[in-house]
Ligand binder design. Structure first.
Ligand code: HXC
Ligand code: NAP
Length: 292
């Protein structure tokens, strides 16, 4: 019987030396929940001061508490990444509290499953605005500050593998993530001469307790999530955190313009006889279009 890829080492372990990020500030957007919190935690374990920016007070509080538990200095500030002014204010506050972040993890994003024909213009606009525009606005603010100061820095944009494949049921998010991946390649070349690395980081299916009800509901339709993956298991959020810390570490310095996929090869899974096609409407238990 195939056993799949062995499970991840336990939480708390790291391939990098303790203190790798001592004295550095790392900003994680959406760092109070899910994968953002997992990424922030791995930087915190390695000595970084952590800044978290997102909209909701309860998420900021949760992120702050998690970092404090790890003994990290932390500053959490409200910010809507759709609003460049709000981003500027958040960066000023973070710089004042912890010093200028040398690493930006553009993790915040928006998503919900919806058949394309049911998607309102505002639903499309909202997801693209947060995921694509918000990611650029944060990168721009961060890049301009480092260009002005002449300092080395690292940006990591969190993506999704449907940037390459398309994402049935997620047309807005898939299109936005394709833009995010493309942005990595452009910015890495534009800003490389000034010492700024820009990379992408793509999680596979990494379930966590903070997933939105919409996404949880969508996933609940698949009972054996491990068995659906070539690795015969889903990913652990800490596995994304380890990849992020490596990319931003001194040992990842010559990696730029790359998007690293951490998904146990799930996105390449393909056979000539794929499972029978089920429409997105049917997958979501929706009736025929126009019948509602
Ligand atoms: C259809 C929906 C919808 C849904 C919202 N809308 N939810 N349409 N199905 N489930 C529509 C609304 O009706 C509205 O359009 C428009 O979207 C904006 O909705 P608001 O609620 O006003 O927006 P806002 O308050 O700004 O909230 C943004 C949000 C929300 C995206 C809708 O879900 C959010 O805050 N999400 C942040 C967290 C998140 O999405 N995490 C998932 C990341 S996971 P109308 O026309 O009515 O005005 C990920 C990859 C997962 O990205 C991969 C899967 C395994
Ligand atoms: P999540 O827990 O829902 O996190 C999304 C975060 O983004 C939240 O902390 C949210 O905080 C923040 N956010 C949303 N809109 C914002 C806005 N306008 N301004 C500022 N912050 C905003 O989702 P997740 O699963 O951890 O996802 C993290 C990243 O991984 C995303 O980029 C996602 O696309 C990607 N991803 C996840 C998976 C997975 O299996 N989990 C798979 C593929 C890709 P507030 O609500 O407080 O604003």
């Amino acid at each position: 019987m195939p056993q799949g890829i062995p499970d991840a080492p336990p939480l708390g372990e790291s391939a990098l030396r303790p203190g790798t990020f001592d004295g550095q500030t790392v900003l994680v957007t959406g760092g109070g929940t899910g994968l953002g919190k997992a990424i922030a935690s791995e930087f915190a374990r390695l000595g970084a001061r952590i800044a978290i920016a997102s909209r909701k007070e309860e998420h900021l509080e949760a992120g702050k508490a998690a970092m404090e538990e790890l003994g990290a200095e932390v500053f959490a500030t409200p910010c809507d990444i759709r609003d460049p002014e709000s981003i500027g204010t958040a960066f000023d506050e973070i710089e004042g509290a912890l010093g200028r972040p040398g690493v930006l993890v553009n993790n915040a994003a928006a998503n919900f499953p919806v058949p394309a024909e049911d998607m309102s213009p505002n639903a499309w606009r909202t997801v693209v605005d947060i995921t694509l525009n918000g990611t650029f606005f944060c990168a721009r603010e961060f890049g301009r500050r480092h260009l002005a100061a002449g300092t080395h820095a690292s940006i990591i944009n969190v993506g999704a593998s449907y940037a390459w494949t398309g994402g049935p049921g997620f047309a807005h998010s898939a299109a936005a993530k394709a833009g995010v991946k493309n942005m990595v390649e452009t910015l890495a070349v534009e800003w490389g001469p000034y010492g700024i690395q820009v990379n992408g980081l793509v999680p596979g299916l990494m379930p966590h307790e903070d997933m939105t009800a919409d996404i949880k509901g969508n996933l609940a339709r698949t009972h054996d999530k491990d068995g659906c993956q070539p690795a015969l298991r889903v990913g652990r959020p800490r596995e994304l955190g380890w990849a992020a810390t490596f990319l931003a570490s001194p040992y990842g310095r010559f990696i730029s313009g790359h998007t690293l996929v951490v998904d146990g090869a799930n996105w390449q899974r393909r056979t000539l006889t794929n499972p029978t096609v089920v429409s997105v409407r049917d997958q979501m238990g929706k009736g025929p279009f126009g019948a509602e």
